[in-house]
Design a protein around this ligand. Sequence first.
Ligand code: NAD
Length: 504
Amino acid sequence: MGKHFDGRLPQRDGAEAMTQQNYDVLLINGQWQQSNSREPLQVISPSTENVIGTVPNGDSKDVESAVAAARRSFDTGPWRKHSIEQRAAILERALDLLEGQIEDVADLVSSEMGLPTSVSRKKTPGAIWAGRYFLETALAEETVDVRKTLWGPAAVIKEPVGVVASIAPWNSPFNMAISKIFPALVTGCSVVYKPSPDTPLDAYIIAKALVGAGLPEGVFNLVTGDADTGRWLVEHPDVDKVSFTGSTGAGRQIAASAGQRFARLQLELGGKSAAIVLDDADPAKTLQGIIAGSFANSGQVCSAYSRILVPSASTSTWTDVVVAAGKSFRVGDPFDPLTTMGPLVSRVQRDRVLGYIQAGLSEGAHLALGGGIPTGLDKGFYVEPTVFTGATNAMRISREEIFGPVVTVMPYDSLDEAIDIANDSDYGLHGAVFTEDPERALYVARSVRSGTFSINSYTHNVQAPFGGVKDSGIGREMAAEGINAYYELKTINLTDATFGALTN
Ligand code: NAD
C-alpha cells in the first residue's frame, strides 16, 4: 500500500536530502486509488543517481477513471456552480497549506530535478505568490459584458471550458504545476494533471493540499505516468481542453490528436531564443542578463537565450562577457548552499546535451568554455557551462533546442542582419536586446518574431501573457489572458426584460 499523506513530507536525511518516497496510488475522484497495472516509475536523484522514490505509471484504465471522474464533477458536481469567490476561497486554503511546508517542497524540487537549494528556496515561494495572484486576477476577470447592439441587447458571458488535461515537463515542477492547475480550477474547470515522469513527487503534495482544502471530489485528479499515459489522456474524447507544456515534437502529436475532435489547445513548447547585444550595451547588465537567461536552471529553460548575437567588430570582447557569465556558476551538489548550478535532470538529458556539444564540434564550431563533464563530478548528470564560438546559424547547435547550459556566440555586421539571424529560427518564444538606446531597443523588440521579449534583462513575468509563436506553441498562459484561456465565451441575445434583469 502506498503512502497516505498527513500533509507533511518525510524528514531530510543528510546529503540524500529526502528519504525514499514510494507512492502506489493516484488521486482519482477524491480518493487515493491503487494504480491498475504497469511497472512503477523510478524517480532518480540527478545528483546522486540513487532512486529516491517510485510512483505509478498510470495505464489506460487509470486515465479512463480519472477522466470519467473529472467529467462527472464538471457535468453534475458543485464546483462550477459555486461562485468564483467560493472557488477562490478553497484554492486559497490549498495555497496556505502549501505555504506551510514550502521549504520542504523546495528541497523536494532540488532532490527531484537537481535545482540548487540556493535557488529553489527562493524560487518555490514565488509559486505561492503567483497562485494568489492568479486567484485575484480571476476574480477581477469574472465579468458579464452586457452590450446594446443593432440586434438588441446582448450579454457575453464566460463559461469554464470543461475537463482539462494538463501535462507538464520536469524543468520547473512545482512552480509550473501551480500555474497550470490554479487558473484552470478557479475558472470552474475540472482537471486531470499529469506531471513529468522525472519529477512527479511534488504533484502529490499539491494534490494533498487541494483535498485538504475541501475541493469537491473529482475536480482535481492526479495521474502520474510516462508519455503513453499522456497520450491516452490527450486522446480521450471526454477531454475538452489540453494544456500542454513540453517539447515541440510532443506538441505536434498532441495538436494532431486534439484536432480530430476540436479539443481546445494550449501548447507551451520549445525555444531557441536569441539575445542581441548592441555596440552600446552595458557590459554589467549584459553579464547579468546572460547569467540569468542562458545558464540558470542549467539552461533547462524553454525561454533561455541559447544564441547570443554580438557586433562583429567586438566579438572577442562580448565573447569574454558570455564566458564570464558561464564561469560565474559554481557547479555541484544541489544541497551545498554555495552551489549555483546543479546537474541536468536525467542521464538521458545529460547524454543529449553532450551529443549536441559533439555535433557542434564536428560541424566546425569552437569551444570558448566547457564542453564536458566537470572535473570530480562523474557521479550525477553534470555538464559544464559551455560557450561555442565560430558557429553559423545553420548548425544544429544554433537551430535545435539543446536544453542545457550551452550557448552559441555569433557575430553580426548590421542591426538588420542581427534581427534576420534572430528570426531565422523555427522557434519564437522569447528574445532580448541589450542596449542603452531606447529607440533601437524598441525597434529590435518589435522586429523579432516571438511571444515575449526582454530589454536589458532576462525576465519571466507572470503578470503578463506568456507563450510563443511559430513552433514555440499556441496560446498564452499567465495573467488575465491565461485565466481567460480556460473560458469559452457565450453570447446571449437578450430581451428587454432580461437586459433589465441583468443590469439592475
Ligand atoms: P516532453 O515533451 O518529452 O514531455 C513533457 C510532458 O509530456 C511529460 O509529462 C511527458 O510524459 C508528456 N508527453 C510526452 N509525449 C507526449 C505525447 N505524445 N502526448 C502526451 N503527453 C506526452 O518534454 P520534456 O523533455 O519533459 O521537457 C522539455 C521540453 O519542454 C523542452 O522542449 C522545453 O522547451 C519545453 N518547455 C516549454 C515551456 C514553455 O512554457 N514554452 C516551459 C518549460 C519547458
